[in-house]
Design a protein around this ligand. Structure first.
Ligand code: UDX
Length: 489
């Protein structure tokens, strides 16, 4: 049994050199050329007659071909594994079989196409086929929130039940979905109940990928974590991840599950911390951007996730923080610090809307341009997007909103607010005739428009930058009445 054992990929000079090689390619490099990290790997360890490709190739199955499952499957195939992705949504599988990708994620479409063509990536709706195929079976199904913030585990439980009768030989069943601590135990109990004779181990393997850079995050991870209580399962998991050059931490199952929630909560805490500072900056006429630079230069703190703004959104942070709060309550250890993180996050949007109201007085009948709808740049994902919530609240107060988003407009029609706003074909077109311009998502292209022309086309040059994307002095020189977050009044 391997428990609480920390392992690292050996840091010899050859590995280090390749690590640099790989990282220097950056995301653009990653996306422009085929990804074959195993070619950078430590060949001298393997001896001259061993084919790297054969050595790394394993049969893997991913159940759940959504955001995490599909990206993970494509990246596993890219490093040489033979991957079968399963989903009970026949339409989604048909789409994938036609070579279309149901989500927007930079680099993913190429990866899927190339690996399907190479015969390393396939799709099916049959759990039985999938379980037969893989020596390691990953569960990557949704874990939606219950109304009280706790996690609804019905999809995980269902997959565990479905896997059980399909287990004809030893398999490792890996939970990749984000789940509360102790879920692994429940999955193992469930499989055991429905297949008492089956030979299997359950492993927890949290993912840390971010939307918009998921391919790069998976191909070049900061770390790989898995929790296992079995040597046999751990050996197979190490083989799965051998082509990836990254530090590996092997823990017990419960610790791995906690690592995921603790990591996301800490990142959310960092965001709420700087957002709380932004409020103090506004009250004291200081600049939160400079404060973030100053504290971020301390290597113990770091600059990342200290961008003040409208607060965190997306399909992970709001849900995961609520889940961690609920689990801690259930365990009898209330996590009050995280409750404060949630409060600060909600207050950021309230304060921002209050600021717009202060300046425009009445929002009813005001023409407001909103740049950005997605929860962050480089994705088409609108789930729990603070930008969408902002638009909903402006519309609720009677404002006439015209929005533009580079990738998110295709999906806005699926939401109730979609029919209540106008959509423009460009940022400039959205701003035309507006009495205020709001930046709700920090798409880089918003920083490169002709701001003089934008100002001239507006009815009044009021600008509310909810993501501190732009330089206040430059915008003021262009004639805007600029208001950012935490940048004095
Ligand atoms: C997050 C985690 O980063 C990832 O490790 C985990 O696997 C899934 O959840 P993701 O939700 O894709 O990833 O986005 P992320 O880049 O973390 O941003 C989350 C939210 O925080 C976004 O709304 C973003 O705008 C906001 N954010 C992020 C800030 O407001 N300030 C920051 O400094 C960073």
């Amino acid at each position: 049994m391997i428990s609480n054992l920390a392992l690292s990929v050996p840091k010899n000079s050859a590995t280090e050199a390749r690590r640099r090689d790989f990282s220097s390619s950056g995301l653009a490099g990653l996306l422009n050329k085929p990804l074959r990290p195993h070619l950078f790997f430590n060949t001298e360890r393997l001896g001259p007659d061993v084919s790297l490709f054969t050595l790394f190739q394993m049969k893997l199955t991913i159940i759940g071909s959504g955001y995490v499952g599909l990206t993970t499957g494509a990246c596993f195939a890219e490093v040489g594994h033979e991957v079968m992705c399963v989903d009970n949504d026949a339409k989604k599988i048909e789409t994938l079989l036609r070579g279309e990708i149901p989500i927007y994620e930079p680099g993913l479409a190429d990866l899927v196409t190339q690996n399907v063509a190479a015969g390393r990536l396939s799709f099916t709706t049959s759990t039985e086929k999938g379980v037969d195929h893989g020596d390691v079976v990953f569960i990557a199904v949704p874990t939606p929130p219950n109304p009280d913030g706790s996690v609804d585990l019905k999809f995980i439980e269902k997959v565990a039940r479905e896997i059980a009768p399909c287990l004809k030989s030893y398999k490792v069943v890996v939970d990749k979905s984000t789940v509360p601590v102790k879920t692994g135990e429940k999955v193992a109990e469930t499989i055991q109940r429905y297949a008492p004779e089956a030979e299997f181990d359950v492993v927890s393997n949290p993912e840390f990928l971010r939307e918009g850079s998921a391919v790069a995050d998976l191909m070049k991870p900061d770390r790989i974590v898995f929790g296992s209580n079995s040597d046999r399962a751990s050996a197979l998991m190490k083989k799965v991840y051998e082509p990836f050059v990254a530090p590996l931490l092997v823990t017990d199952i419960n610790s791995a599950e906690l690592i995921k929630h603790a990591a996301n909560s800490f990142l959310a805490l960092k965001i709420s911390y700087i957002n709380a500072i932004s409020e103090i900056c506004e009250a004291s006429n200081a600049d939160v951007e400079l404060v973030a630079e100053g504290i971020g230069m301390d290597s113990r703190i770091g600059r990342s996730f200290l961008n003040a703004g409208l607060g965190y959104g997306g399909s992970c942070f709001p849900k995961d923080i609520a889940a961690f709060v609920a689990i801690s309550d259930q365990l009898g250890v209330p996590f009050d610090l995280l409750k404060e993180v949630q409060k600060i996050n909600r207050r950021q949007l309230d304060r921002f809307i209050e600021r717009i109201r202060e300046k425009l007085w009445v929002l009813g009948e005001k023409k407001i341009a909103v740049w950005g709808l997605t929860f962050k740049p480089n994705t088409d994902d609108l789930r729990c997007s603070v930008a969408v919530e902002l638009v909903e609240r402006l519309v609720a107060e009677g404002a006439e909103v015209t929005a533009y988003d580079p990738k998110g407009m295709g999906r806005i029609g699926e939401l109730a607010v979609g029919s209540k706003i106008h959509l423009a074909s460009s940022p400039e077109a959205a701003a035309k005739g507006a009495e205020a311009l709001v930046i709700a998502t920090e798409w880089p292209e918003f920083a490169h428009v002709d701001f003089r022309a934008v100002r001239d086309s507006m009815l009044a040059p009021m600008m509310f930058d909810g993501r501190n994307l732009l330089d206040p002095d430059t915008m003021r020189r262009h004639g805007f009445d600029y208001h950012g977050i935490g940048r004095g009044i």
